[in-house]
Write a protein that binds this ligand. Structure first.
Ligand SMILES: [Zn+2]
Length: 217
């Protein structure tokens, strides 16, 4: 099978995403791009992550052609392909329907710097892309435009996309942004959240740009 390593990685992260409470059942989708081969491994449509197997993963090129796989790919495959085409630094993407990111996206609002961990997004806030129907090129374009050069973007009335050079980092970004969204929603329920100062977030964004094992945060 093509992209065996990537297939196994998606199966592993599927379980982790469920266990971390970042999505439910079959909600969301994620992919890994092998830039040398020019091929993307993406989760199939409608298969629960807890029972997904490596052979269920669909291999596609960036033009939307299925290169290998029996199952129907995620309906959002164009949204993934478009990011890999436009961003040469991105090789993994998590799209999920986590509760607090989706709650904030239902308000069509950005996530401000309510916590320094917002810097995981690569900027001082996580923007919210304009609404479009799921699975459409319009949604893919809106998401890409609002993402810009950042690592995360909210999708209005829908969820979150997190992107990175590898799956481990894309998952970490998704998890941290969901945490920040939860803090923000809860803080707003309790009062008026204090947003971190611009110069502080400038420092944090710089620090998180080199995030890795040697970092403490
Ligand atoms: Zn979705």
């Amino acid at each position: 099978m093509l992209l065996q390593k990537e297939r196994e990685e998606l199966v592993k992260y599927g379980k982790m995403i469920i266990q971390a409470g970042l999505t439910k059942g079959t909600g969301g989708n994620f992919s890994v791009y092998n830039r040398e081969e020019g091929l993307m491994a993406i989760t199939p449509s409608g298969i629960p992550y807890m029972i997904m197997k490596p052979e269920d993963i669909v291999i596609m090129d960036l033009k939307g052609n299925i290169v290998e796989g029996e199952l129907v790919p995620s309906s959002e495959h164009a949204m993934h392909a478009m990011v890999y085409e436009k961003r040469s630094d991105v090789n993994a993407m998590v799209h999920m329907h986590s509760i607090f990111c989706t709650t904030l996206s239902a308000l069509n609002e950005s996530l401000p710097a309510v916590d320094y961990l917002v810097a995981f997004s690569g900027d001082k806030e996580v923007k919210c892309a304009k609404y479009a129907t799921y699975g459409t090129v319009e949604l893919a374009e809106n998401a890409l435009e609002a993402l810009g050069n950042q690592n995360a973007v909210l999708l209005a009335n829908h969820g979150l996309n997190a992107v990175a050079g590898n799956m481990m980092m894309a998952f970490a970004i998704a998890e941290q942004i969901e945490f920040c969204a939860e803090v923000y929603i809860r803080a707003r329920s309790a009062g008026t959240p204090v947003i971190l100062r611009d110069d502080e977030m400038t420092r944090m964004v710089k620090r998180f740009a080199n995030y890795g094992q040697k970092k403490e945060c």
